[in-house]
Design a protein around this ligand. Structure first.
Ligand code: DC
Length: 235
């Protein structure tokens, strides 16, 4: 659907824990509104992948400030559904479990947050974006006209991640156990909520939606209708 002339272009911030349905909801709402979708989790994943590929994770644990060199010339770009870092397509690689396991550590580092926050603000400068993450409504765009906080039961979220892994990992690759995935998700929830910088929090103005028993269509509908109301109000 195309953006209608005269309508206000708003920012929609969608936050919530891992696998709560943020990216699917955000992508579809963006499509329906003619907005740009920005997956900020993918941005933290690209930095994590780069650290893994350069073999510097252990060094970073000992001296976190050395992360600056990793960030120096990094170029993160979205091209439709593809994610490119320094010109290379990393869409599949950033979803690998080895990245998921380390991304909370990388995203707890202040220089990483500072750098990516600035990139995200730049990407949303023209508004008309749907951005999902952990701190979009609280830190990156506290003035977002629509703030959503998605939650869901941990087991349901592990099942979703499992289905996603089946769909995206090459045949023959061993997949982690569902219980292990659930534990990892819970650990990541804790890490993301308890970290010092920009922890996962619900903004007081955010609409909380529990997606445990909602279909994708239903959750998209709820967010889309809220967005339409705000666009209308602000015309
Ligand atoms: O949404 P995701 O699972 O792809 O996010 C990966 C990690 O990135 C998540 O564990 C926490 C971090 N993250 C963050 O700290 N801030 C954001 N705005 C988005 C993601």
């Amino acid at each position: 659907m195309k953006q209608e002339i005269g309508k206000k272009r708003i920012i929609i911030a969608i936050d919530g824990p891992a696998a709560s349905g943020k990216s699917t909801t955000a992508r579809r709402v963006a499509q329906q509104l003619g907005y740009t979708y920005i997956d900020t989790g993918a941005m933290y994943r690209t930095v994590t992948l780069k650290a893994l590929q350069q073999g510097v994770l252990d060094d970073l644990r000992n001296s976190p400030e050395s992360v600056s060199s990793l960030l120096q010339d990094i170029v993160i770009r979205f091209d439709g559904d593809r994610v490119l870092v320094d010109g290379r397509d990393v869409t599949a690689e950033i979803r690998e479990n080895r990245v998921s396991r380390e991304v909370s550590f990388i995203s707890s580092l202040k220089p990483v947050r500072d750098r990516l926050r600035e990139m995200q603000r730049e990407m949303g400068r023209q508004r008309a974006v749907v951005m999902d993450g952990r701190d979009i409504g609280t830190v990156v765009f506290p003035d977002a006209e629509l703030k959503i906080f998605l939650v869901a039961d941990a087991r349901k979220r592990a099942e979703r991640r499992y289905a996603e892994l089946i769909a995206t990992t090459p045949k023959g690759t061993e997949l982690p156990d569902l219980d292990v995935l659930e534990e990892e998700i819970k650990r990541r929830d804790r890490d993301d909520a308890e970290r010092e910088h920009a922890p996962l929090r619900k903004h007081p103005e955010a609409h909380e939606i529990d997606t445990s028993d909602l279909t994708i269509e239903r959750q998209v509908d709820i967010v889309y209708n809220l967005a339409l109301e705000i666009e209308k109000d602000d015309r």
